[in-house]
Design a protein around this ligand. Structure first.
Ligand SMILES: CC(C)(COP(=O)(O)OP(=O)(O)OC[C@H]1O[C@@H](n2cnc3c(N)ncnc32)[C@H](O)[C@@H]1OP(=O)(O)O)[C@@H](O)C(=O)NCCC(=O)NCCS
Length: 182
């Protein structure tokens, strides 16, 4: 498998407190790792639950075949099977593209989305890439807010970019070799 980094280079292991029904927080320890073929079914199932126009399992599988494409997962340490969040990104010559990002509903608002984007930016910087780009639905305010909180700005609008005719904002984060501060 094509691993662009050593796992120790990341923020490494993490822990989140999730409220359960009795309102006592449940601690979930998790770690980042690259996705493998065995993860694809679970990944596609999660994608189906949380995305407006979900990628198919075959679409995730196709990404695993591309040498410049990376699929990073946050999985629980106990089973290594529960996917808390994921990001698919391309490391190209001059720029990095985020193609897909998702966090499971019960793990939202805990900083995992931000952490996944941070990991992507950190990998891009290690390759000497200074700009990270992505497209986001104009209606996806949560995601737009997440990207803006990190420092992404809207660089253009792609009219009717999505299959339902919705416009996309193209957003970019110019890193210019500066340390990541999010
Ligand atoms: C968008 C998404 C990935 C955010 O994941 P998350 O783990 O909940 O995000 P974080 O906890 O890291 O939040 C980071 C920032 O995003 C913004 N944000 C997150 N959830 C938000 C919400 N419900 N409302 C407004 N802003 C929100 C905030 O600015 C937040 O920063 P703060 O915590 O300092 O206020 C998640 O909601 C998701 O998976 N959505 C469905 C799939 C999707 O839309 N993916 C993006 C495709 S481009």
């Amino acid at each position: 498998m094509n691993l662009p980094f050593a796992m120790g280079q990341f923020c490494g292991k993490g822990q989140v407190s999730m409220s359960n029904q009795s309102s006592s927080p449940e601690e979930v320890k998790f770690s980042p790792r690259e996705a493998a073929v065995d993860d694809l079914e679970r990944l596609a199932a999660l994608e189906k639950q949380i995305q407006v126009a979900p990628w198919t399992q075959a679409a995730f599988e196709a990404e695993l075949q591309k040498p410049y494409s990376h699929t990073l997962l946050l999985t629980d340490d106990e089973t290594d099977e529960t996917v808390l969040g994921y990001v698919v990104y391309w490391l190209m010559l001059d720029d990095c593209q985020i193609l897909n990002l998702g966090v499971a509903q019960s793990f939202r608002g805990l900083g995992l989305g931000k952490q996944l984007v941070r990991m992507v930016c950190s990998q891009a910087m290690k390759k000497g890439i200074q700009v990270v780009k992505l497209d986001v639905r104009k209606s996806n305010l949560k995601a737009i807010e997440l990207y803006q909180a990190i420092g992404f700005t809207i660089s253009s609008i792609r009219k009717g970019f999505y299959s339902n005719g919705e416009d996309a904002y193209q957003m970019a984060l110019q890193m210019d070799g500066q340390a990541l501060d999010f």
